[in-house]
Design a protein around this ligand. Sequence first.
Ligand SMILES: [Cu+2]
Length: 125
Amino acid sequence: MLKTKARVILYVVAAVLLIAGCSSSESSSSGMTVEVEGVDFAFEPSEVTIPQGEEVTLTLTNNGSIFHNLLIDNVETEEGQQDIVLEAEVNEEDSITFTATEAGTYEIYCDEVGHESMTGTLIVE
Ligand SMILES: [Cu+2]
């Protein structure tokens, strides 16, 4: 009787561990999401920190009243050096998924004319 109970408990524990293992591996493959808001004329937040070696989805949401983009040049990623290019019309969003492979600091900017105040910093650590 006791043995059976212990066995059932063991199965339950094994099942819970299995489920936990599956869901944690799923969340690590989908990675973290970082959202940056583009307004007239700034990025919010202006400083973003992401982990090195982990998949990250970076999203630009345009809450301004004109078109904005979010650019980061020459990011070291799993696919080599990559330019991050996000473009969003008013009330729209754009996103990109990448894995940064080297710790460092990159400049974030919007290259629309007159948007020189739209700068920020991406920190990979
Ligand atoms: Cu802009």
